[in-house]
Design a binder for this molecule. Structure first.
Ligand code: FES
Length: 148
């Protein structure tokens, strides 16, 4: 009888621990998203590079930020690579147009599960077209994302 109680206790704790870990990962991914309202000048969305800096400089840089502007129908996710190159991706699923969500280094569609890499390539369908990529230029302080 004692052994059964112990097994039950271990199983219950195991399930609870998994739940805590999953919950912590979910919160971490939500808390990690930096949303930025950036201005559009001419046909360029202008994103300050400082948006990638984490509050504590020793923590390094964000891997991506999500950029919004009232003139954009969908946000744009901008990924920062280790070599300080960037990709800007339109967060519109190429299957049926649902807004995508960013998780780590990929984008997922909540409607039917399509997945895309941070380069915009389809990883899993049903989508069969890559995401729209925007050309980027930069100066010392700002990324200019060409929307034309
Ligand atoms: S709308 Fe994105 S997978 Fe269908």
């Amino acid at each position: 009888m004692k052994k059964m109680d112990r097994n039950h206790f271990i199983k219950t704790c195991g399930v609870s621990c998994l739940g805590l870990i999953a919950g912590a990962s979910f919160l971490e991914s939500c808390a990690g998203v930096q949303y930025v309202n950036a201005p559009i000048r001419d046909t360029f969305l202008e994103l300050p590079l400082s948006e990638f800096q984490l509050p504590n400089e020793s923590q390094g840089f964000r891997k991506y930020v999500v950029v919004q502007n009232e003139k954009l129908q969908y946000p744009i996710s901008v990924f920062r690579n280790e070599d300080e190159t960037y990709q800007a991706l339109y967060m519109r699923c190429t299957h049926q147009g649902t807004e995508l969500q960013v998780f780590g280094d990929r984008l997922q569609c909540p409607a039917h599960g399509s997945e895309f890499t941070k380069n915009g390539d389809v990883q899993n369908g049903p989508a069969d077209e890559n995401l729209r990529l925007f050309p980027i230029t930069s100066n010392e302080n700002t990324l200019r994302i060409d929307l034309s």
